[in-house]
Design a protein around this ligand. Structure first.
Ligand code: MN
Length: 229
């Protein structure tokens, strides 16, 4: 048996009220899952099939906190989102089956280098530089809750000013539907997180800003943007 040349930290997020951590294998993100945000991105808010991008697990910032302004952008955007953690294997599942495989939820920020995302989008290129980068996925502690969440306010303030406001009931694709759809393409299982999309009101942040995201019944996430290097 060959040994690994070096050890790597394994990304994991705290579970609220417990000593245990939820280890993270993959992060899937749903694009445009609220009509208002689809419109503000220049898209069509009709119920077309969901589409996805991913972030590496080490993009997580468990618990939030201070993060440096990332390199290569001058238009870093906030997107507050409900994040669902998978509890059990799911493959080619129905929404009813997917609804039985939920570990719980967290509040996440899908931080986005919007200038790079749009430049890629406009050329038909992948979104990786815009979406998948270090510290791009701050996450509150996970709250155990096996129920499909269908309502609850989703808000984000920046320096105390309300920037994003929506409700889980406005999601075009609900949690069981998103998991079921993703499971047509992946063998989902424990360790998989899904960012379920953001309501309208996304916008830029700059060093010195303090972001506070909240999903009713799930929790709070506080992030401060520091100067970059
Ligand atoms: Mn997003």
């Amino acid at each position: 048996m060959n040994r690994c040349l070096f050890e790597l930290p394994h990304p994991a997020v705290p579970v609220s009220g417990e000593d245990a951590l939820y280890p993270v294998r993959r992060i899937f993100c749903v694009a445009r899952n609220y009509a208002g945000h689809a419109r503000e991105m220049g898209g069509n808010p009709e119920r077309e099939e969901p589409f996805y991008f991913t972030k590496p697990a080490d993009a997580l910032v468990p618990g939030g906190g201070d993060i440096p302004y990332p390199p290569g952008t001058s238009n870093l955007h906030h997107e507050v989102e409900l994040v669902v953690a998978v509890a059990a294997p799911l493959f080619r599942a129905t929404p009813e089956q997917a609804a039985t495989a939920i570990f719980g939820y967290a509040v996440g920020l899908d931080l986005t280098r919007r200038d790079l995302q749009f430049a890629a989008r406009d050329k038909g290129r992948p979104w990786d530089l815009g979406k998948s980068f270090e510290n791009s996925a701050p996450l509150s502690p996970l709250v155990r809750n096996p129920a499909p969440l269908t309502t609850g306010a989703v808000t984000l303030t920046v320096n105390g000013q309300l920037r994003q406001q929506g409700d889980l009931s406005d999601m075009i694709w609900g949690v069981p539907e998103v998991l079921a759809h993703l499971s047509q393409y992946y063998h989902l299982g424990p360790g998989d997180l899904v960012f379920t999309g953001t309501p309208e009101g996304v916008g830029p942040v700059v060093p010195g800003d303090r972001l506070a995201g909240q999903v009713d019944g799930v929790g709070d996430l506080i992030v401060s943007i520091l100067a970059g290097d």
